[in-house]
Design a protein around this ligand. Structure first.
Ligand SMILES: N[C@@H](CCC(=O)N[C@@H](CS)C(=O)NCC(=O)O)C(=O)O
Length: 370
């Protein structure tokens, strides 16, 4: 392996690797993708970050970066970025942050449901993926662990019909949008595209069952997954007039239904999680300056009874969701022109609310702000 090249520790079927990989490809940044079964991952990466998680970027000077937000932001600070993932227009930037939040708080559930609830139909495909670079027994153990996350993510008998209805609605809306625009915000990919690409490619645009639904129902969404993975902007079906991101009114004509869907799906969740966080902070359980959980691999600080499209489930409260939510609140302050649209969909709750404590990223993990 070339010692001067960036290493991306990741896997073809990993949701968050897809996000980081698409970004590196679009920016023309050379990298080698290495699986986490590589000896160097256990010897150097895991001790440095305290857990086995992907993607991880290792720079030629040895710097290690974990978390897709930190990976993208690292390269955004470099001069060689071809197409910045952060729109300059504050309103577009705010939309991008909303999609980033929805990808994690909303679509992880769809991704995990379609991957693991249809295991019998997809077993050969998934076993091949999870066994690559490792052994079969280890693959089965990892697959079992992944499947065990389903209840905590809100995948149960009651929510499954709602998740599938949501997937169809999302595909229909995005297919109409991509009839007019190459990316979510015009002719350039933003952090919103990269975030949505994780679930919409690595699981939903790749695993046999959801891929078939996507290809039959929403060919333009499938094309967008190809476009997101291309090393260029891949605008062949669109007029590339060099305009970059599109004007807000043009975008809202087809994105408005998506904002409605996002509001309907993530607001109940986030309201309940916020109530939990307020009580957690009031009880003195969030220690400023300290990691959000006792061990780096622990992602949740508790559980709440909540709802997804009206269906009840008990889900985990992830401080990472508040970290992304804060980014949206920060972006909203500069974009008053979206206040009406957000208000119409109840999304003003997200932008106008005060979180009781900030979540920051330090030393590859989330910490409560000092
Ligand atoms: N917030 C992290 C999430 C990364 C993540 O969840 N990666 C998954 C693979 S797609 C993982 O490594 N999971 C290991 C586990 O949960 O045990 C990021 O954006 O990088």
């Amino acid at each position: 392996m070339d010692e001067d090249i960036i290493r991306l520790y990741g896997l073809p079927h990993s949701l968050y690797t897809a996000k980081a990989r698409a970004y590196l490809r679009k920016q023309g940044i050379a990298y080698d993708e290495v699986p986490p079964t590589d000896a160097r991952f256990a010897e150097r990466i895991v001790p440095a970050i305290g857990r086995a998680i992907i993607p991880v970027v290792e720079l030629p000077d040895g710097t290690i970066i974990q978390d897709t937000v930190d990976i993208i932001d690292h390269f955004e600070r470099m001069a060689e970025v071809r197409w910045s993932a952060y729109p300059v227009d504050p309103a577009l930037r705010m939309l991008a942050h909303l999609f980033e939040l929805y990808a994690v708080v909303g679509l992880t559930r769809h991704a995990m449901h379609y991957r693991w609830s249809y295991l019998d139909e997809q077993r050969a495909f998934l076993t091949q993926a999870f066994a690559s670079g490792g052994d079969e027994a280890r693959a089965q153990a990892t697959m079992g662990r992944m499947q065990s996350y389903l209840p905590m993510l809100g995948v149960n008998a009651e929510t499954i019909p709602a998740i599938e209805e949501s997937f169809r609605e999302l595909l229909d809306t995005l297919d109409r949008h991509f009839a007019r625009h190459a990316y979510l915000l015009g002719n350039r990919p933003s952090i919103g595209d990269y975030a949505l690409f994780g679930p919409l490619f690595a699981h939903l645009g790749r695993d046999p069952v959801p891929l078939a639904i996507m290809q039959h129902r929403a060919p333009r969404v499938f094309r967008w997954t190809e476009r997101m993975h291309a090393p260029d902007l891949d605008l062949v079906e669109y007029a590339d007039d060099g305009s970059g991101f599109a004007p807000l009114p043009d975008l809202l004509a087809t994105l408005d239904p998506l904002l409605g869907q996002i509001g309907g799906e993530i607001l109940p969740d986030l309201r309940d999680r916020l109530a939990f966080l307020r009580a957690f902070v009031a009880d003195g359980k969030a220690h400023p300056g300290e990691p959000v959980t006792a061990k780096p691999h622990q992602r949740v600080i508790g559980e709440v009874e909540t709802r997804f499209r009206g269906a009840a489930y008990r889900g985990g409260v992830q401080p990472y969701a508040f970290f992304l939510w804060q980014r949206l609140i920060g972006a909203a302050a500069d974009a008053p022109e979206l206040a009406d649209v957000f208000g119409r969909h109840g999304l003003d709750f997200l932008t106008d609310c005060d979180l009781p404590i900030r979540v920051e990223r330090r030393g590859h993990i989330e910490v409560w702000a000092a």
